[in-house]
Design a protein around this ligand. Structure first.
Ligand SMILES: [Zn+2]
Ligand SMILES: [Zn+2]
Length: 160
């Protein structure tokens, strides 16, 4: 067995996905596949499941911190659905709509749309339209969710 790059004991049975160093199961850091669920595109370095300590600390942890900041901001995004068009009809719609596809849940679509709004430095998403589609796979049926929304900058005077 190879020596673990962290504790140096000859017990390394795993490999860091990023730097490919041998690492033992006690020193390895594992990344949940759903950790970066709302990211529109997951960078290559964050797609592994197993990391050595130094890669985790230098590449993964800072990305998790940034990601969680955006998630917090996304939860505070102002949301208006297509049914709210009376309220939002005078809002400026100058940018391209966001599209989100292939989500397991409605909530995931909304969070992904809000996440895109934060990344684009908007504070609202309007004209939110979320749809579901039933997909048959043999005898099993699953539901896929997708949605669109317009990013917007909403000021409080417009909300009154
Ligand atoms: Zn070790
Ligand atoms: Zn590594």
């Amino acid at each position: 067995m190879e020596n673990c790059c962290t504790c140096l004991k000859p017990k390394a049975t795993l490999v860091c996905g990023s730097c490919e160093s041998a690492v033992c199961k006690y020193c390895a850091q594992f990344l949940d596949e759903a950790q970066f669920l709302y990211l529109p595109e997951i960078p290559k370095d964050l797609k592994h499941t197993t990391y050595c300590n130094s890669c985790f600390d230098s590449k993964v942890q800072p990305a998790i911190n940034d990601y969680e900041k955006v998630v917090r901001a996304a939860k505070g995004i102002i949301t208006f659905f297509t049914a709210d068009s009376k309220v939002t009809r005078n809002f400026k719609r100058t940018d391209k709509p966001f599209t989100v596809k292939d989500c397991a849940e409605k909530e995931e679509v909304l969070m992904k749309l809000a996440f895109l709004a934060v990344l684009g430095e908007y504070n609202a998403i309007i004209d939110i339209d979320i749809k579901s589609e039933k997909i048959r796979n043999g005898s099993r049926q699953t539901t896929k969710w997708s949605g669109t929304a317009m990013p917007a900058q909403v000021t409080s005077s417009r909300l009154l």
